[in-house]
Design a protein around this ligand. Structure first.
Ligand SMILES: [Zn+2]
Length: 264
């Protein structure tokens, strides 16, 4: 550990979220595992805890969460998805990560995604215990509870990025475009309806058999939710305007495992 700590102090990282090249991350992980309580020492203050050395990753810690920017948070989500797609996710010691995060959590992002079983968001973004807040609801629609959860994640817990990630071939979107009526699902699908109108009228036919239409509605739905987050939460809007948090949308491709993040 001494060697790792020394290298962490002499080689500060330009990108605190670069997991595979962070020596300080191992130091932080080892110190966490050892119960290090030195809040002002160099070892714990390095912005490095989402790091891995060799093949082992560690959960993000307080210093790393404070240091990461919204842009770096997005870069890490992209990098994590790239690792997943390549079949090279980080190796984690989950029992150790449970212990390391038991006394506190410092996630760097909050992600809203669909409940679809083929899109387990932590897995497809290669994030571990304590790394991201995850809100999942059919069609990744927004409601007051999800919005409140995002406010907690960002304003209270310090997350730096809000990501809304829809996916291809989404059953909830199909249900909405086919006007499915089913118990409480009816009200949920109603939240998707405005996204249908956002897709140009020349995209035909406008039903679930048209995969292009379904995916266009899903993407419009993500953009709508992003807009609603800003409009309906003065707390998040202020944080966004000040650059304290970022907001990004994206679409997960069920056939490739790739998340395509929107440019804007
Ligand atoms: Zn879905």
């Amino acid at each position: 550990m001494g060697r790792a700590s020394s290298r962490a102090e002499t080689k500060p990282m330009k990108n605190p979220i670069n997991r595979l090249s962070l020596f300080a991350g191992l130091a932080a992980a080892l110190l966490l595992a050892a119960g290090c309580q030195c809040p002002k020492s160099a070892c714990c203050s390095k912005p490095a805890s989402v790091a891995a050395i060799g093949a082992v990753a560690a959960p993000i810690n307080k210093a790393a969460q404070a240091a990461i920017t919204p842009q770096q948070a997005l870069a890490e989500l992209k990098a994590g998805n790239a690792r997943f797609v390549a079949g090279h996710p980080l190796t984690r010691n989950l029992p150790a990560d449970v212990k390391a995060t038991a006394s506190g959590q410092y996630p760097f992002a909050v992600v809203l995604s669909c409940i679809d079983s083929r899109q387990p968001i932590e897995i497809v973004l290669d994030q571990g215990i304590g790394d991201i807040f995850s809100a999942r609801v059919a069609g990744n629609v927004l409601n007051d509870d999800v919005l409140g959860s995002m406010e907690f994640a960002c304003k209270v817990s310090g997350a730096k990025l809000i990501a809304v990630i829809g996916h291809s071939n989404c059953g909830a979107i199909k249900g909405a475009v086919d006007d499915v009526q089913l118990g409480n699902l009816t009200g949920l699908l109603a939240k998707v309806k405005p996204a249908i109108d956002a897709v140009p009228a020349d995209v035909q036919p406008r039903n679930s058999k048209n995969h292009e239409f379904v995916d266009k509605v899903a993407e419009a739905n993500v953009r709508l939710v992003m807009q609603q987050i800003r409009e309906r939460s003065p707390i998040l809007r202020e944080m966004l305007d000040k650059g304290q948090v970022g907001l990004v949308g994206g679409m997960y491709d069920l056939s490739t495992g790739e998340v395509h993040f929107f440019d804007k």
